[in-house]
Design a protein around this ligand. Structure first.
Ligand SMILES: Cc1cc2nc3c(=O)[nH]c(=O)nc-3n(C[C@H](O)[C@H](O)[C@H](O)COP(=O)(O)O)c2cc1C
Length: 348
């Protein structure tokens, strides 16, 4: 019989396998980035060689505003993936998140699959991860402190995933008390809290509620990249949930909306969900993201071209973004955020 313990681990294994092998992108919905173009500046005075991307992320200096999104852990396959991703993060001096640490709260079997990240990336920001559906079941700070200490995390990421939980046979759809739990954790944890979606996006209204609890980061993880509904539908072919494959708010829309809240709240805005090219990333910055994050595209690159290939993949994005900044007269990412893109329909 399958125990609760092995269910979490085998689900994680399936997620990894389906992500790497199946077509799990959105069917017709997109991130919306293709609706924008950059505003060419014929009299740019930007020195392309002077553009640098160094910035701070939750107290640590990083070389590029790029986060390797929370993905995996809790299986032996995951340990190998995390070990390699952490080397990429350390070599590039960029932040990295681990996948949900739920499995490591259930038993010690795969704790190393999470710890390896801090071991291989001792100097960069490393982010802990747990789901909102677990959070509302905790009745003390102990499990939270345990997962943060496990990897000496610089911040805790809580993923909100009502769509995914709804589509999982074993899903937990009771999120009652979530905002109260968040307020409690924000107050009592000594590292900052970030909340992320996983591909259905965070709206202006949802972000406002989150920021009122005191969270210090919002990762919109919008629609248009990996469809987690798609992955769950593929895990459970015998269902009638196909309608939800394309559910969610496009990433470009989420970034634009949540950015408006910068006027009232101090927080880090992470742009993610289908950031699959340098132009996607540049448009995310132009719409207001402080930092961008990618998940599945990085996993695919690692599988295909290993650690070196993944490093080149990320640095080549920033070479292209540097060129985009030069051509739009943006000497910094702050400048790129000032009217440097426009909707394509206004060009004709
Ligand atoms: C294999 C895999 C496992 C994931 N597991 C988690 C997880 O445990 N926790 C989490 O917050 N997000 C998880 N995600 C979601 C990603 O962090 C990200 O939000 C989502 O895939 C959308 O980004 P993308 O379009 O760049 O893939 C996972 C993604 C992948 C590809």
């Amino acid at each position: 019989m399958n125990s609760d313990k092995s269910i979490t681990s085998s689900r994680k294994k399936e997620h990894l396998e389906i992500s790497l092998s199946g077509d799990v992108t959105f069917k017709t919905k997109t991130t919306g980035f293709e609706n924008y173009d950059f505003v060419h500046d014929a009299i740019t005075e930007v020195d392309i060689h002077k553009i640098n991307f160094r910035t701070k992320f939750f107290g640590k200096n990083i070389n590029y505003p790029f986060l390797i999104s929370c993905m995996t852990g809790g299986t032996s396959e995951a340990e190998n993936v995390n070990a390699q991703l952490a080397i990429v993060a350390e070599n590039l001096n960029i932040p990295i998140g681990v996948g949900s640490q739920r499995q490591a709260l259930e038993n010690d079997d795969f704790v190393e699959s999470f710890k390896i990240v801090r071991k291989n990336a001792p100097n960069v920001p490393v982010l802990s991860n747990i789901g909102a559906s677990q959070l509302v079941q905790f009745n003390s700070m102990n499990p939270i402190r345990k997962i943060v200490e496990m990897i000496d995390a610089d911040a805790l990421v809580i993923h909100v995933n009502p769509l995914q939980e709804m589509l999982q046979k074993e899903g937990e759809t009771d999120f009652k008390g979530l905002l109260k739990s968040l307020r409690f954790i924000v107050k009592n944890l000594d590292v900052p809290v970030i909340v992320k979606e996983i591909g259905a996006g965070i709206s202006y209204g949802a972000a406002t509620k989150l920021l009122e609890t005191g969270v210090k980061g919002i990762d919109v993880a919008g629609a248009g990249g990996t469809s987690w509904a798609g992955i769950e539908i593929l895990r459970n072919t015998n269902n009638d949930n196909y309608y939800f494959w394309d559910w969610g708010l496009p990433t470009s829309f989420c970034i634009k909306e949540v950015y408006k809240l910068k006027k009232k709240y101090k927080f880090t805005l992470i742009g993610s969900g289908g950031i699959n090219t340098a132009a996607d990333a540049a448009k995310a910055f132009a719409l207001g993201a402080d930092i961008v994050a990618s998940a599945r595209v990085i996993l695919l690159e690692l599988q295909k071209n290993g650690i070196d290939g993944t490093q080149k993949f990320i640095t080549s994005w920033f070479d292209t973004i540097r060129k985009i900044m030069y051509l739009t007269g943006s000497k910094s990412l702050k400048a790129l955020r000032k009217d440097k893109i426009m909707r394509k329909d206004l060009l004709y």
